[in-house]
Structures are given as structure tokens and as C-alpha cells.
Design a protein around this ligand. Structure first.
Ligand SMILES: CC(C)(COP(=O)(O)OP(=O)(O)OC[C@H]1O[C@@H](n2cnc3c(N)ncnc32)[C@H](O)[C@@H]1OP(=O)(O)O)[C@@H](O)C(=O)NCCC(=O)NCCS
Length: 301
């Protein structure tokens, strides 16, 4: 391993890996996916949690998709010509999203993660992005500390909830598939709740057929890009989200992310049998407004 070291007062020197950073290419997906799978599996198993990705192939599929999508910036770290980590920035909407960031477990804790984070934050600065967000696995002391040191503020603990579909309707709230013509109304709801829209993600979800809207009093009062880990939802009230959660056929990936301080909605889900998988922290830099409504964040985008 190519490395130097830093002497920290009163503590042993920590290795600093010298890495080359470069944009990701389509043929990096397999190796980045293997590292992504191994890195998440190692940290999850150490804490007794299920792995985020079921296999290296699934992780490679997701990263390959992100690398090839022009809406995402991909950065890869190489050491002696070998890939040792990667990171991503979702640039489709006003607020950019970071992740997944992963470093090969064999070379972790040597400042490679820091360099990959600085790379995407530099990119966000260059593009004058007003705010950056991420979801952090609360049990991982290292990433929590790294992000805090880089300036991220902890905004909200979120519970990942999983379980059988509720198949429940909320009186006065109807749910249907979203179409392109709903974009403006949905963006308005998001703007009302967050102070900015997430139109890039929503547009993609509509074209993929996963987005749904909820209507109340003959107007759109909420939407979801999918009831899933990789998707977000907003509503003017908890009833909008209850209608969307109640109408979901499944909760995709590890589950839906629910802000734990929304006690009413949290208890409503628990009362219906949903179970907590793990806790994730919503962290942000720059523009962040305390939400003025109900929402479920996405883990990535
Ligand atoms: C999270 C991850 C990307 C970080 O990369 P890394 O190369 O291991 O981390 P780095 O060495 O760059 O940075 C770790 C920082 O946390 C600090 N740190 C580590 N453990 C700490 C602790 N218990 N308390 C306080 N600070 C701690 C280190 O001192 C270092 O800070 P510094 O750069 O100011 O010295 C990597 O560990 C990883 O891939 N983990 C598994 C996947 C994952 O959890 N991804 C993030 C999902 S949110």
C-alpha cells in the first residue's frame, strides 16, 4: 500500500493512503460493485445488521446504472492502478445527493473516504449547488464522524421500515399513478414542504412508471417516486403519506425511510406491523429548510 502517515497529538499515527481520483467509467461497475457490496456487508455484519445489497452483482448493477446516467457524477479512487473505492453525486435536482460511498475494507480508515467525499463536495461547489444531502447508517461511528468533520449537520434520524403491504385506504384520499401532466402540481407540494423541488428524480420516476400521486379535495396533495429505499415521498399532511404507504404493493429494498420525529406517522406504521430494520441519519450541508409537511427521504435519490 502506498501511504504516508500523520502524527496526531497523543495518538498513534494514522496511515494516509495516496490515491488517484478520476471520473468513473462504465467498465468500473463490476469492481466498484464488488467493493460496494463487501464494504457495506462488512460494516453491517459487524453490527449484526443485514447487508444493504444482497450480492456483488446487484451492487454492480446499481453502480453501473449511476455511472452511465448523466444526472450523476461518479468518482473512482485508484491505488497503484487498482480501484479501491468510489463515490457518487446525484445532480438531477436543486439539492445534490451523495452516495453510495464505499472504500475497499482492506484499505479503510486511511483517508480514502475523506478524499472521495471532498471530491464530490468540490464538484458541488464548482456547480454552485445550494445544498447537499446524504443518509448515513447511524450505527457506523466512522462515517458519522467523517461527515460531521466535513461540515454535514445531522438533521433527522430516520427509521427504515419493512413489512407486508398494508392495503389500507384513507377516507377522502385517493392514490393513482402519476403522469407528466402532474409534474407541476407535485413540484409545488415538494416546494411547500422542503422549499425546493425534486423534479429531476420525479421526472425519472414518472417515466419509469413508479411514481404515484395522492389527491384530496380534488387536488394533488402529495406524491411518491416509489415506496422504496431509493425513492422519496412528500405530502401536505400525514394523511397524504398514510394513503401512499397504505396503497403500496411492497416496500422496495431494505424499506421506506421515515423521519423518526414524526411520531404520529411512525406509530401508525408500527401499529400496522411494520418493523424497524435500522436507523439512518439525514445529514446536510448548505440549504436546508425544516420541512413544513410530511416526507419520506430517499437513501440516495
Ligand atoms: C465510510 C467509509 C467510506 C469511510 O472511508 P474511510 O477511508 O474508511 O475513512 P477515512 O479514513 O477517510 O475517514 C474516517 C474519519 O473518521 C474518523 N473516525 C473514525 N472512527 C471514528 C470514531 N469512532 N470517532 C471519531 N472519529 C472517527 C477518522 O479519524 C477520520 O477522520 P479524519 O479524516 O479527520 O482523520 C468507509 O469506511 C466505508 O466504505 N464503509 C463501509 C460503507 C459505508 O458505511 N459507507 C457509508 C454509508 S453512509
Amino acid at each position: 500500500m502506498t501511504e504516508s502517515s500523520v502524527q496526531t497529538q497523543g495518538r498513534p499515527a494514522r496511515p494516509v493512503a495516496e490515491v488517484a481520483l478520476r471520473p468513473g467509467h462504465a467498465d468500473d461497475a463490476d469492481e466498484c460493485g464488488r467493493i460496494c457490496y463487501e464494504a457495506f456487508r462488512a460494516i453491517a455484519e459487524r453490527h449484526g445488521f443485514p447487508p444493504d445489497f444482497p450480492s456483488p452483482e446487484v451492487a454492480a448493477g446499481l453502480l453501473g446504472f449511476l455511472i452511465s446516467d448523466p444526472g450523476f457524477y461518479a468518482v473512482v479512487a485508484e491505488q497503484d492502478g487498482r480501484i479501491v473505492g468510489s463515490n457518487f453525486l446525484d445532480e438531477r435536482s436543486t439539492i445534490a445527493g451523495v452516495g453510495p460511498i464505499t472504500v475497499d475494507p482492506a484499505v479503510q480508515n486511511a483517508k480514502i473516504g475523506r478524499q472521495l467525499m471532498v471530491a464530490v463536495l468540490d464538484r458541488a461547489n464548482e456547480r454552485s449547488v445550494p445544498g447537499v444531502r446524504l443518509l448515513q447508517a447511524a450505527y457506523h461511528n466512522r462515517s458519522l464522524s467523517l461527515y460531521a468533520k466535513l461540515g454535514f449537520e445531522l438533521r433527522e434520524p430516520c427509521v427504515t421500515l419493512q413489512g407486508r403491504p398494508l392495503r389500507e385506504q384513507i377516507a377522502g384520499y385517493s392514490v393513482r399513478a402519476a403522469t407528466e401532466s402532474d409534474l407541476d402540481a407535485c413540484n409545488k407540494v415538494c416546494f411547500h414542504v422542503h422549499g425546493h423541488d425534486r423534479s429531476g428524480e420525479l421526472r425519472d420516476a414518472i417515466s419509469q412508471g413508479t411514481a404515484r400521486v395522492v389527491e384530496h379535495d380534488d387536488r394533488i396533495t402529495g406524491y411518491t417516486t416509489d415506496m422504496a429505499y431509493f425513492a422519496h415521498s412528500v405530502g401536505e399532511s400525514n394523511n397524504d403519506l398514510k394513503a401512499l404507504i397504505g396503497a403500496a404493493d411492497a416496500f422496495g429494498g431494505p424499506g421506506i425511510l421515515l423521519p423518526a420525529r414524526n411520531g404520529e406517522l411512525y406509530r401508525w406504521c408500527l401499529d400496522r406491523g411494520l418493523r424497524v430494520v435500522h436507523v439512518m441519519n439525514l445529514m446536510t450541508i448548505g440549504l436546508y429548510n425544516e420541512p413544513a409537511g410530511a416526507y419520506l427521504p430517499s437513501v440516495l435519490y
